[in-house]
Design a protein around this ligand. Structure first.
Ligand code: MSP
Length: 493
């Protein structure tokens, strides 16, 4: 018998929501995508076989209407936006494996096959629907959900829609869903209770087809209807799971809290009906506000990816800030000043100075191998645990506590006076460890640090994070305030 020597690596599959291709991405979209990138990079570093999926949601009434407004066909319209998404992710150093579009042929085929399967099974039936519809959300509301007759999210009047429609038998899955939640499907745990209570109140079957417009996937058993955008979109996670669905089931779907119902109620029930294995977790993070205002195209303020990066001129500062400033899961407020403060104090002063001082001293004095006792002060197990529970802010805090320890070590050992090569060796090894731990968060800077300290002949590294002076901060803030993007007006694409 031939022995199989293949190394077994565990897989890790992470997704972001697929964003509506009706505008350029802003800080909110960047946030989830960045968190997914950090997780993907973290698991890759552990030697796992990682698949990271992101993409765009391109069908439905919202996109059709946006395209009509600018006099384009829906396909032309979304095609024009895709480069903007890809460009934004490139600028933020997002290393995804596939960018899925719901207009991709392989996705459309899977949705059709599944629709047929679920229909044959009897979980889809024809009926009439009359309801209050918000196109912004692509969802029906009940009277009690509304605020002054308006959608609670978009603050716009809802429309009364009546149509003959196919329904999905969601009600049938109540018990199975409640059993699923007992296994800890919903993260963070504090979000679970609300979903459980609402599911316990009873589930209505939901409408999965539309006849009032045709921008969608036609139902294979009734071509007059197109598939409801959410039924189509959720399946991206399955259809984009790699060749032969190699990476399915997903380990975690990262989403914003406003779409938790679709992901923890509709989605698992749709999979149960189709006989497909369920994802392991859905993690719903909180919402950013911008200078305490809602981030939104219609109401409030917006900051897009280019503006975000321009504030410090450093992508890694943005990546660091978004992961460090608020606990993943909680809501939080973005301000230019907070970003610049963290850039200056944590990245430039603490990390940047450590790296440049130590590399400079090594250039002058050299190193001598020794036991690295300093590393004992680093709590790697704790960091590993925090990453496993999506506590990115705390993991970074822990890594930076060790950066502090290293800076204090420099101060107390004074290698610039003693020229102690052993102390410098300890610092070099510790900094290399810090770079490894920070790599998922600030990949470009971490690579630079690694390059500096793994060179045969170490020389003083370039400045990693240039400090931003206050006068410049004011200028940048003015720039943002005057920009088209924060006036709450519709932007050019
Ligand atoms: N197309 C649907 C998702 C379908 S997934 C099968 C959709 N798209 S969206 O363009 O509206 O993007 C919503 C997502 O953007 C949120 O779930 C969240 O990931 C991100 N955010 C949008 N605004 C945000 C904030 N203000 N703060 C944090 N994240 C936010 O919904």
């Amino acid at each position: 018998m031939v022995k199989n020597n293949l190394k077994v690596t565990s897989k890790f599959y992470v997704t972001t929501p697929i964003y509506y291709a009706n505008d350029i991405p802003h800080i909110g979209h960047a946030y989830t995508t960045l968190a997914a990138d950090v997780l993907a990079r973290w698991h890759k570093q552990k030697g796992e076989d990682v698949w990271f999926l992101t993409g765009t949601d391109e069908h439905g009434k919202k996109i059709a209407e946006a395209a009509e407004k600018v006099g384009e066909s829906p396909k032309q319209f979304v095609d024009g936006l895709i480069p903007k998404f890809k460009d934004a992710w490139k600028k933020l150093n997002i290393d995804y494996n596939r960018f899925i579009r719901t207009t991709d042929k392989d996705h459309e085929k899977i949705v059709k096959d599944i629709l047929q399967k679920v229909y044959d099974k009897g979980d889809i039936y024809l009926g009439d629907y009359e309801g209050l519809y918000c196109t912004g959300c692509e969802a029906y509301y009940t009277e009690k959900d509304l605020e002054d007759g308006c959608c609670p999210i978009h603050k716009k009047k809802v429309e009364v829609l009546k149509e003959s429609t196919y329904f999905f038998r969601l009600s049938k899955y109540q018990k199975k869903l409640l059993d699923l939640y007992k296994k800890g499907f919903i993260l963070p745990q504090f979000r679970e209770k609300d979903i459980i209570n609402r599911v316990k109140e009873g589930l209505n079957d939901f409408s999965i087809s539309r006849t009032s417009f045709d921008w969608g996937i036609p139902l294979p058993f009734d071509k007059k209807h197109v598939c409801y955008v959410w039924f189509d979109a959720l399946y991206n996670y399955y259809s984009g799971s790699g060749k032969d669905k190699k990476y399915w089931p997903a380990d975690v779907h990262l989403i914003g809290k406003e779409i938790i119902w679709f992901h923890t109620v509709y989605w698992p029930a749709m999979l149960m009906s189709a006989g497909i294995e369920l994802p392991k977790n859905v993690f719903a993070h909180g919402f950013w506000t911008f200078d305490s205002q809602k981030i939104s195209k219609s109401v409030g303020k917006i900051i897009n990816v280019d503006e975000l990066i321009a504030l410090t001129g450093n992508v890694d500062s943005v990546r660091y800030f978004l992961m460090r400033h608020i606990p993943f899961g909680d809501d939080g407020d973005f301000s230019e000043q907070a970003l610049i403060d963290r850039h200056n104090n944590e990245l430039a002063n603490k990390l940047g100075n450590l790296v440049s001082r130590v590399s400079g001293m090594i250039e002058k004095n050299g190193i001598s191998k020794t036991d690295v006792k300093l590393l004992k002060k680093l709590n790697e197990k704790k960091i590993e645990k925090l990453m496993g529970s999506y506590e990115f802010d705390k993991a970074l805090n822990e890594i930076f506590a060790f950066v502090d320890v290293c800076n204090e070590y420099v101060q107390s050992k004074k290698p610039w006076e003693t020229k102690d090569k052993k102390v410098l060796f300890e610092l070099k090894e510790s900094i290399l460890k810090i770079a490894d731990l920070l790599l998922p968060f600030i990949p470009e800077s971490a690579e630079k640090i690694k390059k500096t300290f793994s060179a045969k002949k170490i020389v003083k590294g370039d400045v990693l994070f240039r400090k931003i002076e206050n006068s410049l901060v004011d200028g940048l803030k003015d720039g943002i305030k005057n920009s088209e993007l924060v006036k709450g007006t519709k932007k050019g694409l």
